[in-house]
Design a protein around this ligand. Structure first.
Ligand code: SF4
Length: 380
């Protein structure tokens, strides 16, 4: 295995020795900032190309060149890759991972080669999770001079950056519904992302964290009583890449709804593998075994949020996502047992944005009426 990897590195080095490498990767929410940071520190003289912003064109390209029944995130990734290759990228990085996602890379590579693109494809993680030594060896393909110490420092710094970004964004999701001056959190979020791009080292990262924690803590908020609290559960890509769910969280913020979402890159990379057994145990009236991918989390977190008094749950999934399809009947049972409404949204390339918004508005109205009716009953 190690020999094979060494051979792979050797071959790749020979092939790319005299060629300028232009490296790109698919989008996933705002994580392009830490990914860019990591690559820019580790890949030597190579150029890094952030894929163009997701648009309808990304969707159309992804759909056109992907198998019909493949999971929707595969199609989005394909769209990103094609747009990057068209802009000159010749090295593509795919995270890899569990579920069918773990097989995306081979298939995407094959399709893109068949389309006539000339590039090297690198998958960082395997289904067993993050192995820092394997990731280091993958980076050596791009930059043979990369030292372990430099890699380790920047890898750990990037993890910290992701962790801080997740924390700050979670705080925004939680508070945005209560802002007194409408649009204030939006402005802070944009500034925060811009400033994160200029962070260069650990000291700057901690200064950035403390600054924005303080700013977020000092935004003037309204009274908490009257607002709705909604949890978002479901498949990882659809929950984290807002473009793929028509910016569901932004729509909820406009309706002044407090949002809780557990799925973040920090959770997936470093907590998920420890949490699964605990989640099965906590949801043991509903599941005995892991449902695969994020299905277990969807069930356990929905139950948890029902017990915490959330007003409703939104379950999101891409078309054809088997683990989340398995979770659906269980979520219906949870909804019935706790008398908390759960709505399911399935996204694919044909999903109508208007349809999603209309259903979301109807869900909001229903939750609002339910909350008011419960309040009236308490006063009688
Ligand atoms: S979790 Fe769902 S969408 Fe993601 S790879 Fe698995 S089946 Fe596909």
């Amino acid at each position: 295995m190690v020999d094979k990897l060494k051979e792979e590195i050797q071959d790749s080095n020979n092939e790319f020795a005299n060629k300028k490498k232009i490296i790109s990767f698919p989008h996933l929410g705002n994580y392009y900032i830490p990914i860019y940071f990591l690559l820019s520190r580790l890949v030597g003289n190579s150029e890094i190309l952030i894929p163009p912003k997701m648009t309808k064109k990304t969707m159309e390209l992804g759909e056109k060149y992907s198998p019909d029944f493949v999971c929707t995130p595969f199609k989005y990734n394909m769209g990103n890759f094609i747009e990057s290759l068209d802009k000159g990228a010749n090295v593509l990085i795919q995270a890899g991972g569990g579920c069918r996602f773990g097989y995306y890379a081979e298939l995407q590579e094959q399709i893109l080669h068949d389309l006539g693109y000339n590039f090297t494809f690198i998958t960082l993680f395997d289904a067993k999770g993050v192995n820092i030594f394997k990731v280091y060896n993958k980076f050596k393909i791009i930059n043979p001079k990369l030292k372990k110490i430099k890699f380790s420092y920047h890898f750990l710094l990037t993890i910290k950056m992701i962790d801080i970004l997740d924390d700050l964004e979670e705080s925004i999701r939680k508070k945005v519904a209560y802002e007194v001056n409408k649009g204030e959190f939006d402005k802070i979020h944009s500034k925060l992302l811009l400033e994160l791009k200029s962070v260069k080292n650990l000291i700057q990262l901690y200064k950035f964290k403390n600054k924005y924690k303080w700013i977020l803590e000092n935004v003037k908020l309204e009274d908490k009583e009257s607002k709705l609290k909604v949890g978002i559960v479901g498949e990882l890509y659809t929950t984290m890449e807002q473009f793929s769910s028509f910016f569901l969280e932004r729509e909820l913020a406009k309706m002044n709804v407090e949002v809780k979402r557990y799925t973040t890159a920090t959770y997936l990379l470093f907590e998920k593998f420890r949490e699964e057994k605990k989640l099965i145990k906590s949801a043991n009236n509903y599941i005995k075994y892991a449902l695969g991918a994020d299905g277990t989390e969807s069930v356990a977190h929905s139950k948890e949020m029902c017990e915490m008094g959330y007003d409703g749950i939104i379950h999101v999934k891409p078309f054809g996502c088997t683990p989340e399809i398995n979770a659906m009947p269980i979520l219906q049972k949870i909804s019935k047992d706790y008398n908390i409404p759960i709505i399911h949204f399935t996204f694919d390339m044909q999903t109508s944005e208007t349809g999603v918004k209309t259903r979301l508005e109807a869900f909001y109205d229903m939750l609002k009426m339910k909350k008011e009716a419960e309040k009236c009953l308490k006063t009688i």
